[in-house]
Design a protein around this ligand. Structure first.
Ligand code: GLY
Length: 433
């Protein structure tokens, strides 16, 4: 079977690896903006092109007789790549634009949650004007400020974090309003976790929960990033969660998929990503994304035991309900090596040398290959993943691998360590009383 993968980051490298592991011997093609050496090595052929060039993607898929496609990032979904490929007769894992709107329009997403009574929605309002937005900020007292459109995960700011006080929240809102609508919402206090699922329009197959680390520096300090690393435990919940927490999160996602069908008349077929905060009152929804998380994809894809092509086929045919999707019960720790100065002033075009990574897996992200050498582009460069019986053992595998990756890079040593995980457990204990 000929498969086309759209996207060229670390997440897509993990998807490519999942596809290539299939016993059906798929032939892989890729469409990426820059040559990702990890994906290129797994492909029969690839096209270097912007991932939002819908017509060129369809033309390439037709020329290569592609039988099924997987869209990795959100931008091509927002551009309608899935719609165009389906119209051209190519089934796609990745929702059509009508459903992907849940990620690329945050105001739409909150109004939709409210309309269908989906649990975990904060008190919020959407604004296009400054004065009423400032009044609402004052009324809530403790807020998160979100631009409504796509920002690569870096546009949301919250009080008690990037926004020191009400004045800062108002100023940031005014700045954002110059570009478009802004969602102001109640700030949740708790521990973040990600729950992802394959969705076939109706049925969901859930992955284990993952916790990402957004801050650039150890101890959760510094500027926000796309995510510096993440971990899973050997089972479906994280050490600070209870089974009932994940059951509630699953119910929210199931309700979301059913309501999306009702609202749009289109089945959601692809990956649904729920970003939750576990509060003293259970899981609350930070946002939904229409794709795998990055780095979260690199934790969970290697755990899949069921054939990846069979899962993709079930997603596009709507038969996921008949396919038990199984995962190995192992813990994983993923850590990103990022360019020095990332995210504000990153080293670009700087060489990265991947040495002996031992038992770890390596995933190339925002790097490019030129004359056999690998260079940074300025964003997260290379991720390593350790997989073992415990988080502690997985962390050691990832850490040892990172020490053998050379370049003007840095990474967070604390992700997946016992000390940081205990902090999360203690935080939840304190909140739950
Ligand atoms: N890791 C956060 C995201 O993929 O949106």
């Amino acid at each position: 079977m000929k498969i086309l993968l759209i996207g060229g980051g670390g997440r897509e490298h993990a998807i490519a690896e999942g596809i290539k592991k299939s016993k059906h011997n798929p032939v892989l093609y890729a469409l990426m903006a820059k040559k990702n050496p990890g994906i290129a090595a797994l492909c029969e052929d690839f096209l270097l092109e912007k991932e939002t060039e819908v017509a060129k993607i369809v033309e390439y898929a037709k020329a290569r007789n592609i039988e099924m496609a997987f869209v990795g990032p959100e931008a091509p979904l927002a551009a309608g790549v899935a719609d165009a490929l389906w119209e051209a007769g190519v089934p796609v894992v990745g929702p059509k634009k009508a459903c992907a709107v849940i990620e690329f329009d945050k105001a739409w997403a909150r109004n939709f949650m409210k309309k269908y009574g989906i649990e975990g929605c904060p008190a919020y309002e959407v604004f296009t004007e400054e004065a009423p937005a400032h009044v609402f900020i004052e009324k809530l007292g403790d807020v998160a400020v979100k631009p409504s459109g796509l920002t690569g995960g870096k546009g949301v700011k919250v009080m008690g974090d990037q926004l020191p006080d009400l004045k800062a929240a108002m100023e940031y809102t005014s700045e954002l309003l110059e570009k478009g609508p802004v969602v102001i919402e109640e700030r949740f206090i708790g521990e973040e976790f990600t729950l992802q699922a394959f969705v076939d329009g109706k049925n969901l197959a859930f992955f284990p929960a993952v916790q990402d680390h957004k801050r650039a520096y150890e101890g959760d300090l510094g500027p926000n990033t796309g995510g510096m690393g993440s971990y899973t435990d050997a089972g479906e919940i994280l050490p600070f969660m209870l089974s009932e927490d994940i059951e509630k999160a699953k119910k929210i996602m199931q309700h979301t998929v059913t309501a999306l069908h009702e609202e749009t008349g289109t089945g959601y077929q692809g990956i649904l990503y729920g970003q939750f905060i576990l509060t003293a009152n259970g899981p609350k929804v930070v946002e939904f994304n229409a794709r795998f998380g990055d780095p979260e994809a690199m934790n969970v894809i290697p755990l899949i035991e069921t054939d990846f092509i069979e899962i993709m086929s079930a997603v596009v045919k709507g038969t996921l309900g008949n396919l038990p999707v199984k995962f190995s019960r192992k813990a994983t720790v993923c850590k990103y090596a990022v360019p020095a100065g990332y995210p504000d002033n990153p080293e670009k075009d700087s060489e990265v040398i991947v040495g002996n990574i031992g038992e770890a897996s390596v995933y190339y992200a925002s790097v490019y290959e030129k004359e056999g050498k690998i260079y940074t582009t300025g964003s997260r460069a290379v991720a390593v993943v350790g997989c073992a019986e415990t988080i502690e053992a997985a962390e050691k595998i990832a850490q040892n691998a990172l020490e053998n990756i050379q370049g003007k890079l840095f990474f967070r040593k604390d992700i997946g360590t016992a000390g940081l995980i205990q902090k999360r457990i203690d935080h939840m204990k304190e909140l739950r009383g």
